[in-house]
Design a protein around this ligand. Structure first.
Ligand code: ZN
Length: 80
């Protein structure tokens, strides 16, 4: 199982083959895990990945466990 590598930030293009883009705008992206990628925080496969460069973010009820990963440029929220 391939784990997302965030040691030098998150580059969506490295994983584009297995992440389906649900929607995006200038500073955020919502992707679906189609290739069983593992979460960089807990090392388990995740379902959805939200990537945001915004300073503040509000999410609805995730209704499942989630992990948060911070890089220099963005925050990643991964749902399980
Ligand atoms: Zn996780």
């Amino acid at each position: 199982m391939e784990q997302l590598d965030v040691t030098e930030g998150f580059d969506v293009h490295e994983y584009r083959h297995g992440l389906k883009l649900i929607n995006e705008d200038r500073q955020t992206m919502h992707l679906e895990n189609r290739d069983g990628f593992a979460c960089p925080a807990c090392e388990k496969p995740f379902e959805d990945l939200f990537v945001t460069e915004k300073r503040t973010n509000t999410f609805g009820d995730p209704a499942s466990p989630f992990c948060i990963v911070r890089t220099d440029q963005e925050v990643l929220l991964l749902t399980h």
